[in-house]
Design a protein around this ligand. Structure first.
Ligand code: BGC
Length: 747
């Protein structure tokens, strides 16, 4: 789907600024290198360091820093007027180098699309590319040219609030979506920054910013593939992570920033620190002062200092004192200038100050946001087919504080989102219901954080007077995102109490959950038959949720993250290693908890539909495969129900006997297909043999001879469909592995 596929795309949208392509064609690269070197040769040491300084709008930035060549990159500039002013000042500087304008554009600029974790539930690179392109088009319309996204941090721990910014727990899904997001941002006019490099999604205890320990082989197998995919997709930049990885802070980690990123992957863009990340090296206990922090960061491979002002303050002296070779500074400046040339910044016009973000949301961007949102909803359970709302229903009670939460539905990192643009879930239901004569009653039952339940009786009365109850609960936005780690993942406040009371009202109840992570449902999973996970759906939450509740659209999202029964199960993920004592129900001395089930509530890849799909006639193309070949599985998927729908066909593998324990299941390929009621389709999934092995600590990829078990189905509990034999062991040295093979994405 291209943007132009959206019905009714207007001239305004088509005319949005979009000059940059960022990926140089053959030959153009040499010309760019010449221009970079010419410019570098004219620069003073101070001007060079100015290019490495990334400063936010407002203090400590002085506007004259721009004309004095001291601020080569700017962030949090989000209006065309401010961008134009900075561009004009940069043109007054001696070398007239245009600035970068960076912003956290994750899931929309003015029009809000679903948060990335929700978007991941669409299991669709096409949808991710589409949503990212929209976000980028709106941001670049006012002059933003660089986004601090996509977040490529894999996370197996939903206590970590930032899981909402990524793609969840799987490296294959993560690599595919990260690449799609980079491409989408670029197509919409934004250079990407893949962040946070690396291991930030695995902090101990799920505590944001805390230490991470991940063996190198596991980094290569699990945490690095999405970043590698970002390089292959042409990301312009990387952002170093706040955390220490195995005792070495990422912001001064030469293994990550130089050995892996530059030497093994050949990345030639630049790396920025995160917000004052360089100064935090002092807190990490590896630098005594700002000068040492700056020195360690640049020598490790951090090219740009976000908001620390330490490069600008200390690097010239560090160079003059001989502690940092000038060639190191030159190389960092080269990377920044190369990126600016690739983006076309030296050659493009300044931003047109008549461009206002209030051009959005437009009817087209609303339509796009609605289309994306309804692909992301996951029907977790639907006992007795309570959903969709039957046509016999004449009245609905909409209960819960998040039904009318125009701010919260936008989710964290809403860029220029205005809550006034939001269509709430209540409003969406009203529009849909009242058009066909269904009465809507609304009662919040409790306040936003559900501490005060004075409104419960009114909600129960509304439920009793209605044919159907739609309960909208979950996590207010403040409980999700950066610095929002949770030690208690239960539905917060008194939500469980309220939902239990509603369940007893004697009416069919469907629960819509809003939030940035799986939440612990406790008894609610039993007492409420139908539960839809809606994440933070964005501006068009209301129409999109109504589309699905009323059955105009069939839900098709799948969980990109395992849904636990209890917080104490964290971290929990499907692609875990086997143990010597696999769970046996009646044997205490096997893997289990004494006070909770060992299984999750809903597994990775899970999501129901209003129709049913049957899998049959599976054929494995070969019994044996060797280097350069594909594992290929074909099967028939049939929609056996009465409604059209979409299914995500998932292929998992396991290597049951290897020189090192291998995961019980690993997603290797997936495809989302649409099937009309009664329709059957043949699906073929391919996996390169080069993604059926594992890494050694030095990054070598080892594919071992032997049996690989294959499973295909609609979630990670997929049925076995047969084995394939890898005929001969082979190794791939780190520098020869392409991300597409590294991640099993079939191009
Ligand atoms: C976050 C980054 C973000 C930056 C700039 C930091 O606190 O960790 O992800 O890009 O702020 O807003």
């Amino acid at each position: 789907m291209r943007l132009s596929d959206v019905p009714g795309l207007t001239q305004l949208t088509l005319a949005l600024a979009m000059t940059a392509t960022f990926l140089p064609k053959a030959g153009a690269q040499e010309a760019i290198e010449r221009r970079v070197n010419d410019l570098l040769a004219q620069m003073t040491l101070e001007e060079k360091v100015g290019q490495l300084n990334l400063v936010s709008h407002g203090p400590p930035l002085r506007w004259e820093d721009i004309s004095e060549g001291k601020a080569g990159a700017l962030l949090n500039f989000n209006s065309a007027q401010d961008v134009a002013r900075a561009q004009a000042l940069a043109r007054q500087s001696r070398l007239k180098i245009p600035p970068l304008f960076g912003l956290d554009v994750l899931h929309g600029f003015r029009t809000q699309f679903p948060l990335p974790l929700g978007e991941a539930a669409a299991f669709s690179p096409r949808i991710s590319r589409f949503a990212s392109e929209w976000a980028a088009r709106e941001a670049s319309y006012v002059g933003v040219n660089w986004t601090f996204a996509p977040m490529a941090d894999l996370s197996r721990d939903s206590r970590w609030g930032r899981i909402v910014e990524g793609f969840g727990e799987d490296p294959t899904l993560g690599a595919a979506l990260t690449a799609a997001r980079v491409e989408g941002f670029r197509a919409g006019g934004l250079a990407a920054a893949a962040k946070h490099f690396a291991g930030y999604g695995a902090p101990q205890g799920g505590r944001d910013y805390d230490t991470t320990y991940i063996p190198r082989a596991e980094m290569y197998d699990t945490y690095l593939p999405p970043f590698r995919a970002a390089v292959e997709a042409g990301t312009a930049s990387f952002m170093a992570a706040f955390n220490a990885l195995n005792g070495e802070p990422s912001t001064a980690n030469p293994w990550l920033l130089t050995d892996v990123l530059r030497k093994q992957w050949g990345f030639d863009g630049f790396v920025t620190s995160d917000w004052v990340g360089i100064g935090e090296l002092i807190n990490h206990g590896i630098a005594a002062d700002g000068a040492e922090a700056a020195r360690k960061a640049i020598l490790a491979g951090v090219d740009m200092d976000m908001m620390g002002l330490l490069y600008i303050k200390h690097l010239p002296d560090e160079v003059r004192a001989g502690r940092v070779p000038e060639s190191v500074v030159d190389e960092s400046v080269r990377r920044v200038l190369r990126t600016k040339f690739r983006m076309g910044l030296f050659d493009g016009p300044d931003i047109d100050t008549s461009h206002l973000d209030s051009a959005f949301p437009s009817p087209e961007s609303r339509q796009a946001a609605r289309e994306v949102a309804r692909e992301t909803f996951v029907l977790l359970q639907n006992r007795g087919d309570v959903l969709p709302i039957p046509s016999s229903v004449r009245s609905v009670a909409v209960v819960g504080p998040l039904a009318d939460a125009p701010h919260d539905q936008m989710g964290p990192h809403a860029a220029r989102g205005h809550k006034e643009d939001s269509v709430s879930i209540l409003e969406g239901i009203r529009r849909r219901a009242e058009g066909v004569g269904i009465a809507v009653r609304h009662a919040p039952a409790c306040d936003l954080f559900c501490r005060d339940t004075a409104g419960l009786q009114a909600a129960l009365d509304a439920a009793k007077q209605s044919d159907f109850v739609i309960a909208v609960f979950g996590e207010p936005q403040e409980l999700s995102g950066e610095a929002a780690s949770r030690a208690h993942m239960e539905l917060n406040g008194k939500q469980i109490e309220v939902l239990e009371a509603l369940a007893k009202a004697g009416k069919p109840v469907a629960l819509v959950i809003m939030g940035g992570r799986p939440q612990i449902l406790g008894p609610v999973a039993e007492s409420i038959p139908s539960i839809l996970m809606a994440w933070y759906p964005g501006t068009e939450a209301g129409p999109a949720v109504a589309d699905v509740l009323f059955g105009d659209v069939n839900p098709s999202g799948k969980l990109p993250v395992t849904w636990p029964r209890a917080t104490g199960q964290m971290p929990i993920y499907y692609n875990r290693l086997p143990t010597g004592r696999p769970t046996l129900p009646n044997n205490r001395f096997t893997l289990h908890y004494i006070d909770e089930e060992i299984t999750p509530l809903y597994p990775f890849g899970w999501g129901l539909s209003y129709t049913r799909f049957a899998y049959s006639d599976t054929v494995m193309a070969q019994k044996q495969i060797g280097e350069g070949e594909m594992l290929e599985v074909s099967l028939t998927v049939k929609n056996t129900g009465a409604r059209d729908g979409q299914e995500v066909v998932q292929l998992y593998t396991r290597d049951p006997v290897a020189s090192r324990s291998r995961p019980l299941r690993e997603l290797k390929a997936f495809e989302k297909i649409a099937l009309k009621a009664g329709e059957a389709k043949r699906v073929t999934l391919q996996v390169p043999v080069e993604s059926l092995g594992f890494h050694l600590d030095d990054g070598t990829y080892l594919v071992e001879a032997g049996t690989i078990q294959v499973f295909v189905g609609g979630n990670s509990l997929a049925e076995p469909v047969g084995d394939v034999e890898i005929v001969k062991t082979f190794r791939i040295p780190p520098m020869e592995r392409r991300a597409s093979a590294a991640t099993g994405i079939v191009q």
